[in-house]
Design a protein around this ligand. Structure first.
Ligand SMILES: Nc1ncnc2c1ncn2[C@@H]1O[C@H](COP(=O)(O)OP(=O)(O)O)[C@@H](O)[C@H]1O
Ligand SMILES: [Mg+2]
Length: 404
């Protein structure tokens, strides 16, 4: 950092061993103004005024009890960046460290330059947290974002493809924030489809309970740089799903609506309590149906359920996926069977699994394909502003699964 420049984040070092603590603090630079603590609990009180925080956890915390203390800290302070220094870099430790919310792991003993590099890298992830837009002029109620739930009664029908592309396109059409929430709590794959290694998930939002507000929720969102879309990913552990209620999810969506123009929600294939609560709360419900007989049968059952629950017809939009002549199912016939006109037809195209495997939404990777055009037309139904071109080309050479 050039002399005289004020660092936008504060630095802290935590390790039970005073010698290690001092060594790490000195490596960060004498003028770096580093606070040191012997245990994680003491750090919880440290709130640098007006600045974000990067914490280096020393080798004395690179074990199960240390990592669970670190996890408690990162959950309570998702705005802080955590770096772990560990004597042994096993796969198991790396995995545990990532699950504890650590953003980078370094081998001990550290070299000063690699420590600096890591701090710089982690501090850059802090600045990607969007700033809270001002809540309008005095007395003016901020406009609530539109909630669009993408649902279907059959796995593999294309919900996540539709949700990721719709949200990406909407993010490019508006300057206000757009968020995609992965409510497929057990097997959500939005983060993988967008090739994002998100430090926080819905677990952090649900665990925050009373402390949950717009500022806190914003700090949990991960930004998809090419489109500007914000993502709240599904939990990493399928078992966490049992601990999330419909009311929890609706509360999170309500807060997101307070600062986002659109909240797009991807869902699992069943109508569980969480999905039904979200559907009830939504402005639009996009029913995705694949073009085969079992899919149509289940979509009919799903639509009947929604009608029985009193969901107004005008909120429903039917999307027929893989709808082209080769499947030998006539769209008009399907519409008659379902008692609803299709609002969107998306063709079958090999480019979809190709872009899914690349981790780039098809609307960015193959914008001229018929599939991308169909998905853009869908986004146009919610926002008629044209999509701005994506700012960053598709990235290459990252790990296969963004979330692991
Ligand atoms: N229009 C399409 N053309 C070709 N393949 C598609 C299309 N839509 C979805 N797929 C493929 O189907 C798979 C399942 O889609 P996905 O969106 O994950 O379904 P869901 O979320 O409903 O379980 C995707 O990986 C994708 O490769
Ligand atoms: Mg899915």
């Amino acid at each position: 950092m050039p002399a005289g420049e004020v660092r936008s984040f504060a630095l802290a070092v935590v390790d039970p061993d005073p010698k290690l603590r001092t060594r790490l603090a000195l490596q960060l630079g004498e003028e770096a103004d580093v606070v040191t603590y012997s245990e994680v609990a003491a750090l919880a009180e440290y709130q640098p005024p007006g600045r974000q925080l990067v914490v280096i956890f020393g080798p004395g915390l690179a074990d199960a009890p240390g990592l669970s203390d670190i996890e408690r800290f990162t959950r309570a302070r998702p705005d802080a960046g955590a770096i772990l220094v560990a004597a042994e870099l096993s796969t198991g430790l790396l995995q545990q460290a990532l699950r504890s919310g650590v953003r980078d792991v370094l081998g001990a003993p550290t070299e000063a330059y690699s420590l600096h590099e890591s701090v710089e890298r982690v501090s850059r992830t802090l600045t990607t947290v969007p700033t809270l837009p001002s809540a309008g002029l005095a007395g003016e109620a901020p406009e609530l974002g539109r909630v669009i739930t993408v649902s279907s009664t059959k796995g593999g029908s294309g919900k996540s493809v539709v949700a990721t592309n719709l949200a990406t396109s909407l993010a490019q059409r508006t300057s206000r924030p757009v968020v995609l929430v992965d409510a497929d709590l057990q097997f959500g794959d939005v983060a993988v489809m967008m090739r994002l290694a998100a430090p926080h998930t819905l677990v952090d939002a649900v665990s925050a309970q009373g402390r949950l507000d717009a500022q806190f929720l914003q700090s949990l969102l991960c930004r998809h740089e090419p489109s500007g879309l914000l993502i709240l990913p599904a939990p990493l552990e399928p078992s966490f799903a049992e601990r999330v209620s419909g009311a929890d999810m609706v509360r999170i969506v309500e807060i997101l609506q307070s600062f986002c123009a659109y909240v797009v929600i991807d869902t699992p294939a069943q109508f569980n309590d969480v999905v039904l609560a979200l559907i009830e709360h939504s402005d639009d419900i996009l029913m995705v149906a694949g073009m085969d007989i079992p899919n149509i049968k289940n979509t009919k059952l799903g639509l009947q359920t929604l009608r029985m629950l009193g969901v107004p017809e005008e909120k429903l939009l039917l999307l027929l996926n893989r709808a082209d002549s080769k499947v030998q199912l006539d769209v008009a016939e399907v519409e008659r069977t379902l008692g609803i006109k299709a609002g969107c037809l998306v063709p079958n195209d090999i480019v979809v699994p190709q872009t899914v495997n690349k981790g780039v939404p098809v609307v960015l990777d193959a914008p001229r394909s018929d599939v991308a055009r169909a998905l853009e037309r869908l986004a146009g139904k919610f926002c008629d502003a044209p999509a701005a071109p994506s700012s960053v080309p598709a990235r290459k050479g990252r790990s296969l699964f963004g979330r692991t």
